[in-house]
Design a protein around this ligand. Sequence first.
Ligand SMILES: *Cc1c(COP(=O)(O)O)cnc(C)c1O
Length: 233
Amino acid sequence: MTSIQSNLQAVRRRLAAAAAAAGRDPAGIVLLAVSKTWPAASIREAVAAGQHAYGENYVQEAVHKIAELQDCALEWHFIGPLQSNKTRLAALNFDWVHSVDRLRIAERLSEQRPGSRAPLNVCIQVNVSGEQSKSGVAPGEVAELAARVRELPRLRLRGLMAIPEPSRDASVLRARFAVLRAVRDELNASGMGMDTLSMGMSDDLELAIAEGSTMIRVGSAIFGNRVRAGGAA
Ligand SMILES: *Cc1c(COP(=O)(O)O)cnc(C)c1O
């Protein structure tokens, strides 16, 4: 077994233990392997260990890997910031986009999603950390954006995504995840029918699962520490 494969097993054990601690069915929590900056060869190691869904942050980088790995029939999630000039490539190549934070981006994704493919699954990114984070919609503005996104014909609104500001304080992180869950519950009470809470990463997946995460996005705990943080879009 390679180190990626044993890391993957360890993450799956963490997921299962966190689900058990929260009294939840682990089958209700999808593991996304965040493969940004890692080559197709690393992804193939994870594929061989049964990992199906991958998260990428940089459109251009991802497009090459998606083409290289076409034989594996994987599920691709775009989780990074999305500029309008990259929406076409995202709409052509991904199964999900987690980072919709304005109507213009959603409209472009819908217009550019090929008719030959299933509607693009999207999440609205919510800023759960207030002034400490710039990306995402304020919790109070999600309802309006969600209502508009839901009308777009080639998108399917699945849920909400958040990246809390880094903190060593578990209670702060947990409170941020609770905000996302509360916004989702409120919107679902008005009939939105969202099934996805995309929250939790290598360092905080247990807290996110305790607060109801249905999709954790795990990079370094699977692939190791990134060689280049950041990287070109
Ligand atoms: C890089 C990244 C992750 C994974 O982070 P790790 O700490 O490496 O698990 C998850 N979500 C987003 C949006 C990211 O950019």
